[in-house]
Design a protein around this ligand. Structure first.
Ligand SMILES: [Zn+2]
Length: 313
C-alpha cells in the first residue's frame, strides 16, 4: 500500500493567514475597515531562517519615504516569557538574543538597526529632538536620552524606536514638512496629553501644521481589558471635557472603572487640531492577544517588550 504523503511546507500566503487567524481584532472606531495590516518577511542569517511579522498602518501605506512598523512576539529567538521577539535590553533577556531579535526585525521592516535611537520612557511628557549625532544611542551604545517619552526628527535614515506592553504608541508623520515623531502614552502620559505636546513641539521645531499631520494610535490595551481605580479616573476627569467622558470610561458594580486609552488619545489629537480622517485608531489589543503580543496586564509583568519604529528614508 502506498503511503500518504504529507506536505508540511506551507506556502507563504498560508503562513500569513494562520498568523492573522490567531489575532483577535477589535472593531476600529473611525473606519469601517481594519486600520492595521500584517506584513511579514522571511529573514535569513540571524540565528536561522525566520518569518518575522510586522504590524503596519494602512493610513501610512501611500507614503513612500516613510518606514514604520510594530513588532509582535513572533519571529525572534528569546525564550520562555520573553518568547520570542523581545526587543528590550531591560527585561532580563540575554543580550545576544535581543541583538538577534533586533537584526531580524530591522531586516523585516527595512532600516539599519545600528542607527536605532531609544530613550528610557519614564511615563512623562518630555520630548527629545533626535539629530544625526544620536544615531545608535540605545542599540549600539548607551543612550543618554534620559527622562524622555517622545522622540522626533526631521532627519533621514534615523529609526526612532519606543517600547510597549499595553501602553499606547502614538505615531506622527508630517508629509508636508517631512518630520516624524513617536510617543509612549500610558495613562500618565495620556492624562498629561503627550500627544498634544508632541504636535506643539513639531510645530515649533519643524513648522508642522496639525492639519497636515497623519497619526496612528498603535496596538495597546483595549477598554474591556483595562480596569482602573477611581483615582485614575479622577485625573482623567480633570484632564478631559465632561462631554467626552462617555467615550473614555464607565463605572462598574465593583466600584472600579474601565478606561479607554485609545479614545482619550484620539480626543487629545483632535484637540490639538489633527483632522479626524488623519487618525488611525487601533484595532488590536495587546491584552486580548497576549499569545502574540506582549501584555503587562495579561502576564502580570512577566513579559518582554514590543516596539514601534518610525523613520524617514
Ligand atoms: Zn483587550
Amino acid at each position: 500500500m502506498e503511503r500518504v504523503k504529507f506536505d508540511l511546507k506551507l506556502m507563504d500566503g498560508e503562513i500569513l493567514k494562520r498568523q492573522e487567524d490567531k489575532l483577535k481584532f477589535i472593531p476600529p472606531f473611525s473606519y469601517g475597515e481594519r486600520s492595521t495590516c500584517i506584513d511579514y518577511k522571511l529573514v535569513k542569517g540571524f540565528g536561522g531562517d525566520a518569518l518575522v511579522p510586522v504590524l503596519k498602518y494602512n493610513i501610512f501605506s501611500e507614503y513612500e519615504d516613510l518606514v514604520h512598523g510594530f513588532s509582535t512576539r513572533l519571529g525572534g529567538v528569546s525564550k520562555k516569557h520573553l518568547a520570542s521577539m523581545n526587543l528590550s535590553f531591560s527585561r532580563g533577556d540575554e543580550e545576544e538574543n535581543v541583538i538577534l531579535n533586533h537584526r531580524r526585525f530591522a531586516a523585516a521592516v527595512g532600516y539599519d538597526e545600528n542607527s536605532l535611537v531609544f530613550s528610557d520612557q519614564l511615563h512623562n511628557t518630555n520630548i527629545h529632538i533626535v539629530k544625526k549625532e544620536d544615531k545608535g544611542k540605545g542599540f549600539l551604545r548607551e543612550s543618554d536620552i534620559e527622562n524622555i517619552d517622545a522622540l522626533m526628527t526631521n532627519e533621514r535614515e534615523i529609526p526612532l524606536m519606543t517600547f510597549y506592553a499595553d501602553c499606547v504608541p502614538l505615531f506622527f508623520y508630517d508629509p508636508v514638512n517631512e518630520a516624524v515623531a513617536l510617543a509612549h502614552s500610558g495613562w500618565k502620559g495620556t492624562v498629561e496629553k503627550i500627544g498634544m505636546k508632541v504636535i506643539g513641539a513639531m510645530g515649533d521645531a519643524y513648522g508642522s501644521n496639525p492639519k497636515n499631520i497623519i497619526c496612528a494610535i498603535g496596538p495597546s490595551i483595549c477598554q474591556e481589558c483595562y480596569e482602573v481605580d477611581g483615582d485614575v479616573i479622577g485625573k482623567i476627569r480633570d484632564a478631559f471635557d465632561e462631554k467626552v467622558y462617555d467615550d473614555l470610561f464607565y463605572k462598574k458594580d465593583n466600584g472600579k472603572y474601565q478606561l479607554n486609552l485609545h479614545q482619550a488619545c484620539r480626543h487629545t489629537l483632535l484637540l490639538a487640531g489633527i483632522k479626524e480622517e488623519n487618525i488611525a485608531m487601533p484595532d488590536l489589543c495587546t491584552c486580548c492577544n497576549s499569545n502574540i503580543l506582549f501584555s503587562h496586564r495579561a502576564s502580570k509583568g512577566m513579559r518582554g517588550n514590543l516596539a514601534a519604529v518610525l523613520m524617514l528614508k
